[in-house]
Design a protein around this ligand. Sequence first.
Ligand SMILES: *Cc1c(COP(=O)(O)O)cnc(C)c1O
Ligand SMILES: [Zn+2]
Length: 399
Amino acid sequence: MIRCVSCGEEYNNDDVIYTCEKCGSVLELVPESVDVDKSIFDGRKDTLWKYKEFIPVDESKIVTLEEGGTPFCKCDKLGEELGVNLYVKVEGSNPTGSFKDRGMTVGMTKAMELGVSTVGCASTGNTSASLAAYAARAGLRCIVFLPSGKVALGKLAQAMFHGAEVISINGNFDEALEAMTALALEKHLYLLNSINPFRLEGQKTIGYEILHSLGWQSPDRIILPVGNAGNISAIWKGVSEFYDAGFVDSKPMMTGIQAEGACPITNAFKKHSKEIVPVENPETIATAIRIGAPVSYTKALNAIYDSNGYSETVSDEEILSAQKLLARKEGIGVEPASAASIAGLKKLVEMGEIDKGETVTCVVTGHLLKDPNTAIDACTKPVEVDANLDDLKKLLLNK
Ligand SMILES: *Cc1c(COP(=O)(O)O)cnc(C)c1O
Ligand SMILES: [Zn+2]
C-alpha cells in the first residue's frame, strides 16, 4: 500500500501516482509485516536484493546490476583526529558510481511490472547516469533533463554513453524537475526521480546495510549530504523498519548536511519549522546538492526531528577541504557533494554538537571521478621532466 505522509490517504501499489491527490504531499510505501529472522540474510549474495523480503516489488521482473553491498570502511586515522568512532559507507562503489543505483534497480523493476515503455528524470547528474544505465539494461526509452552547464563531466558522459535522450534545460534543477514532472503527469513517461516512492524502497537499504555491518547495532549517528532530501528520508525508513522488526534495539540520529548556498532544510530546522522556504537561486560547487526546493522535505524534516538529529550547513571551501582530507588520509575518493558529510562531521564536532566517542557513519554518496574537473582544479599540475635519472633525482631527492 502507498500512503500520503501528510494526510494518510491510501493508494494501491500499482497506481501510477507521485504525489497525494487529496493534499499534494509526498507518498511512501507502507511496510508490510514481514515475519522473518535476520539469519535469513546469511549466505546470500552481497547486493541489496539480499533484503528482498522487505522490498515491495515483483522479483520476477527484476532489473539489476548487482548494486548495494558497498564498502563500510572503518576510518581510524580521521576518526581519531575528530574524536569519534568513524565508519564511512562508500556509495561510489555502486555500478554507476553513486547510491542512485539502489533506487534505480527497484524503480526500474517497478517500471517493468507496470509495463511502461519510457522512463524519465530531471537530474543534477547522478540520477540521469543511473537511469540511463538501468533503462539500457531494461530496454526502455530514457529521457533526461539536465540543468544547462551545471552537470559534472563524468555524469554527463555516462548519461549520453548509455543512450539516454539528454536534454539540456535552460534553468536550474528545480525548474527541470517541474517540467519533467508535468510530462509524467500527462502520462508521456514514468517518472523516476526520488519523488517516486519506489526509488526510496531501494535507497533505504543503505540503512539496512549499516545496521547489518555493525553486527546488528545502530551507530549513534548517520551523517549525509542532503539535496532533494530523498536519501535521508529513505535511510531513516530503512533503519526504522529494521528497528521495528526487532533486528536492532536503537536508532541513529539522522544528521543532514547542506551547502551554504542551497540550504532550505537546514534553515527550516534552525527555526524548528516543518515547512521550508525554497532557495531561489541555489549555488554550490557540490552540484549534486545544488537544489533549492527539495521535494522530500517533509519526510526529511520528520526523520531529523523524530531521530533527535540535526542539520547544518557547510561552505564550498569546507567541502573541498574535507574532500581532500578523506582522499589523502583514508584513500577514499568522493565527489564534492559526498564530502559535505565529512565537512559536516568536522563542523559539528567543533561546535560541540557531536560528542566525543560517538559512533558515527558518514555516507559518502558518489565517486571522485564523477567530477574530474573539480578534482584537477584542486591539485597542482604535474611537473614535466625528461626520463633522465639525474634530473629525476634532482627533482625527487633534493627536497
Ligand atoms: C543525489 C545525490 C545527493 C543528494 O541526495 P538527495 O536524495 O537528493 O538528498 C548527494 N550526493 C550525491 C553524490 C548525489 O548523487
Ligand atoms: Zn495527502
